[in-house]
Design a protein around this ligand. Structure first.
Ligand SMILES: Nc1ccn([C@@H]2O[C@H](COP(=O)(O)OP(=O)(O)OP(=O)(O)O)[C@@H](O)[C@H]2O)c(=O)n1
Ligand SMILES: C[C@](O)(CO)[C@H](O)COP(=O)(O)O
Length: 228
């Protein structure tokens, strides 16, 4: 089984703000993007890794990843979905693909293995955690319309893993229809394929807003303490 990895790291990090894009911020002395890449490097079934970065960051990323000859760095697109599409079309020898956010560096090996086991059997599998808060839907004036039952609600994470031919077909269809989703699984769902949820971890956060850096440092500290 050959699983390619596409790391989407071409965002601008507008919600994070600050002078350094979040994928290049250092946590425990190492850029976030390297923490993320290290999750996949050395896995025997991962034969190719495509790192998608903003056009203006391609050269610096190639330099940063000089010690990772298996990682191909390519320029991304305007939206995450465009960057992922460019990433999956750059894969050359994979049957499956795991698509992961460059800004999601805290995944554990055991959760990654659960996802890989699932995609081998189910063709489309994503990580998600049960929602802890009560969720409300509101109208455009902010008035509550309804309260969806929480037991059917999941907060979706990455990696999301697919048979490569399926996710390529789903992206092609979305492009044809002008559909823009907030994750890759939604493109697969809309072409009628079942997507299976594998329980993820609450610590597999995406660095999105400034307080996430504090949470991220706490996650790393907590892990270090548990290992001692
Ligand atoms: N055109 C884009 C936009 C986003 N991403 C990547 O998709 C992941 C999840 O996106 P998000 O958290 O929204 O990152 P940004 O787009 O950088 O953040 P923001 O929306 O705050 O600008 C990130 O690793 C980001 O680099 C990407 O590859 N290409
Ligand atoms: C793909 C994703 O990380 C799943 O939670 C998320 O949907 C990305 O969303 P964003 O709008 O790029 O933050």
């Amino acid at each position: 089984m050959n699983i390619g990895v596409v790391i989407a790291a071409a965002g601008q990090g507008k919600r994070m703000g600050g002078p350094v894009k979040k994928q290049f911020i250092e946590l425990a002395g190492k850029p976030v993007l390297l923490h993320t890449l290290d999750l996949f490097v050395g896995l025997e079934y991962v034969k190719e890794i495509v790192v998608v970065t903003a056009e203006e960051d391609v050269e610096r990323t190639r330099k940063l990843l000089a010690a990772y000859p298996q990682a191909l760095v390519i320029p991304g697109g305007a939206e995450r979905q465009d960057s992922v599409y460019l990433g999956i079309t750059a894969l050359s020898s994979s049957d499956y693909v795991m698509i992961h956010d460059g800004a999601r560096p805290f995944l554990s090996c055991s959760t990654l293995e659960k996802l890989v086991d699932a995609v081998r059997v189910k063709r489309a599998a994503i990580l998600a955690v049960p929602v802890k808060d009560t969720i409300k839907r509101t109208d455009e004036t902010g008035v509550v319309m309804d309260t969806p039952p929480r037991k059917s609600l999941w907060a979706v994470q990455t990696p999301q893993a697919f048979a490569l031919s399926d996710i390529l077909a789903a992206h092609e269809q979305a492009r044809k229809d002008g559909f823009l989703g907030t994750d890759d699984a939604s493109l697969v769902e809309r072409i009628g394929q079942a997507v299976h949820v594998v329980e993820g971890e609450y610590t597999n956060i995406k660095l999105t807003t400034p307080e996430d850096i504090v949470f991220g440092e706490a996650i790393l500290k907590w892990r270090r303490e548990r290992e001692q």
